[in-house]
Design a protein around this ligand. Structure first.
Ligand SMILES: [Zn+2]
Length: 341
């Protein structure tokens, strides 16, 4: 290990016959520059003069730089970087990353390159999905907003406390001072963003919102014809928040609701099989809640439910959906179903 030099010593100009820096690739700044760190310090690494070296540099990995050079504080690799074993490295705070672009980050592509805990000064995006409110692990409540930027790229923002009431589906907002969180969705390759006390959320002007007029809610839509349904799941729900409860419960069990339950709703969910009215005539499985099908049940009976579901057969509908990330069988989750009358 005698040849391994620290970033701090290297930047200070301490000469060695052979310099090897073993570093962690902390962050990508753009096509050809990175922030690297070891335990002593961090530095900018640039491959602008040797773009092919970029292929050997992966974010979040450890690399060895053999005989690099230094120009205006930026480290330039002398040879193709090598993979290296893990080392301890300095955890960087926002102020250490002061040489990062501080201007507005326009797209989620750029935001996806930021390290955990980074501040996102401003991003404008359209809310294309809103989860129900859940009790927050910290305090109060939170919900997740699925959002898209003006290029249609998806991201997700955890809205904590009063921020959970600040957005509506389908509207465009300017989010200021979001933070890159630790949490990744099951199928996502980016960390979710989150609100904090410094966050402000304001509705975008009509002029800005116009840039989003082509951006659709959810993951897609199709027109189809209902062929049938799978076995529905019948349950009781709270009339106030719509969450599952037991018929005997005196109060709703949801921390964010706690309504007194004088009566419950006869509720259900069901997977419909809907054939697309396109050339492929593909049959889609679409998971739906009762409220999306506009069915009201008078009783808690399977017979009534089955009759009402069979009334949907052969009806033509417009389905707006999200792709389900939990199931392996490519089933879809309905956002909205509109039946042609
Ligand atoms: Zn409730």
């Amino acid at each position: 290990m005698a040849n391994i030099q620290s970033i701090a010593d290297f930047k200070a100009g301490k000469k060695r016959k052979l310099t090897i820096l073993q570093v962690y690739v902390y962050k990508r700044l753009d096509e050809s520059s990175y922030i690297i760190a070891d335990l002593s310090d961090h530095a900018k690494l640039s491959v602008v003069t040797k773009p092919e070296f970029g292929k050997a540099i992966a974010l979040g990995t450890f690399i060895k730089l053999v005989n690099p050079s230094l120009e205006n504080g930026t480290i330039i690799p002398g040879h193709m970087p090598l993979q290296a074993g893990p080392i301890q490295y300095k955890k960087l705070e926002e102020e250490d990353l002061g040489n990062l672009p501080k201007e507005k980050l326009r797209t989620f592509d750029e935001i996806g390159k930021l390290a955990v805990k980074s501040n996102v000064p401003e991003v404008v995006s359209k809310v294309t999905f809103l989860s129900p409110k859940k009790p927050s692990p910290y305090s109060g409540q939170f919900r997740t907003a699925g959002v898209k930027d003006c290029k249609g790229q998806r991201h997700a923002i955890q809205l904590f406390g009063s921020h959970s009431d600040s957005v509506e589906m389908g509207k465009v907002y300017k989010f200021e001072n979001l933070t890159v969180g630790n949490f990744k969705g099951p199928m996502d390759n980016w960390n979710r963003l989150g609100t904090s006390g410094r966050t402000s959320i304001t509705e975008a002007s009509n002029e800005i919102a116009n840039d989003f007029s082509e951006i659709e809610d959810g993951d897609g839509k199709f027109e189809g014809i209902v062929l049938g349904h799978e076995k529905p799941y019948l349950y009781h729900s709270c009339p106030k928040c719509g969450k599952k409860c037991e018929e005997k419960d005196a109060f709703c069990g949801q921390a964010a609701c706690r309504s007194e339950l004088t009566e419950t709703v006869h509720d259900f969910n069901v997977t419909l099989h809907i054939q697309e009215c396109s050339k492929e005539e593909k049959i889609q499985k679409v998971f739906c809640f009762r409220s999306q099908l506009e069915i009201t049940l008078e009783s808690h009976s399977k017979e009534e439910l089955t009759t009402k579901l069979e009334n949907l057969n052969y009806k033509v509908c417009q389905v707006q959906y999200r792709k389900s990330h939990q199931s392996q069988d490519e089933s879809l989750k309905a956002i909205k179903i509109k039946f042609n009358s």
